[in-house]
Design a protein around this ligand. Structure first.
Ligand code: NDP
Length: 274
């Protein structure tokens, strides 16, 4: 069987490391490839992957939204977000799913986090924020505040959460009262990937808050380091990566992924990269 990840660029994707470790662990005869695909080549690229007999495809930046018109079927969750990160090939047709938001939720549940009655703040309103906000909208969370550099995008996300029955409000980036009250703070912007500081201080944050940064390379962003120094429990994006992949296994293979072995392979790869 053949699986792969499409995106542009994809050379740095860790998905092959994780999925191939899972296939080896369970003795599944399958390969997982990185497939660079420019948005302008999407139609031909997908047709070619079908010809080559691929059974499943992950989708990453910048194709998650662009891929939708080329799919034969899109499940309700992916269609409410308007983005797909997992494709399953069924009888020669392409079926789209999105496991990002549920992968995030599962990563926290694995650590024993209970979302009930929590006050959540999401920093950023891009694709990953959207998937997470949509998954959180279905949980018994007290409220979600969405803060983004471009306020208009925060408002669009707030409307999505409302349309799914959740409670949310949105604003431009500001520090304020919310820092004292937040239970779960989720950093979803790309700020910090190159070692840069975050444009918002966490001074005064509720020390019992959990603080998550979706970035996993570097493993400890300045944002997470500040949260840690203020006594918060922290987590980077590696577990979300693992769980969105594990949920893709359920869709592709209808079986549980060997999460522990997949995590081990990713951590070994981290150590090799230094
Ligand atoms: P998008 O491009 O869709 O969104 C980017 C977001 O970052 C926007 O809200 C944008 O704000 C904000 N932003 C960018 N630059 C700045 C800046 N200088 N100051 C303030 N805000 C800024 O990206 P994604 O949501 O797809 O990905 C975001 C991050 O999440 C990436 O680092 C990615 O690697 C990570 N990620 C991790 C995953 C995991 O499994 N761990 C899964 C998916 C993503 P504005 O709207 O104002 O432009």
């Amino acid at each position: 069987m053949k699986y792969g990840i499409i995106g542009y660029p994809v050379e740095h994707s860790l998905s092959p490391v994780m999925h191939e470790a899972g296939f080896r662990e369970l003795g599944i005869d399958a390969q997982y490839h990185r497939i660079p695909l420019h948005p302008t080549e999407l139609a031909e690229g997908l047709a070619f992957l079908l010809e080559l007999g691929y059974s499943g495809i992950n989708v990453t930046y910048p194709l998650k939204e662009a891929v939708l018109p080329f799919l034969d079927k899109v499940n309700p969750q992916a269609s409410e977000i308007g983005a797909v990160n997992t494709i399953k090939v069924v009888d020669g047709g392409l079926q789209g799913y999105n496991t990002d938001g549920d992968g995030f939720v599962q990563a926290l549940k694995e650590q024993g986090y209970d979302f009930t009655g929590r006050k959540v703040v999401i920093l950023g309103a891009g694709g990953s924020a959207k998937s997470i906000a949509a998954s959180l909208a279905h949980l018994p969370i007290k409220e979600i505040l969405i803060l983004n550099r471009t306020e208009e995008k925060a408002r669009i996300l707030v409307e999505l959460v409302h349309s799914l029955g959740g409670q949310a409000s949105g604003e431009a980036f500001i520090s304020g009262d919310w820092l004292k009250k937040v239970d779960l703070l989720i950093q979803t912007t790309s700020v910090g990937m190159r070692g840069e500081s975050y444009p918002l201080s966490l001074q005064g944050i509720n020390p019992s808050a959990w603080v998550i940064d979706l970035i996993y390379h570097p493993p400890l962003t300045k944002f997470l380091a500040e949260a840690e120094s203020l006594g918060c429990r922290t987590m980077n994006g590696l577990d979300m990566l693992i769980w969105q992949g594990a949920l893709a296994w359920k869709i592709w293979l209808d079986r549980e992924a060997p999460v522990a072995q997949m995590r081990r392979a990713l951590l070994d790869n981290y150590i090799k990269r230094g």
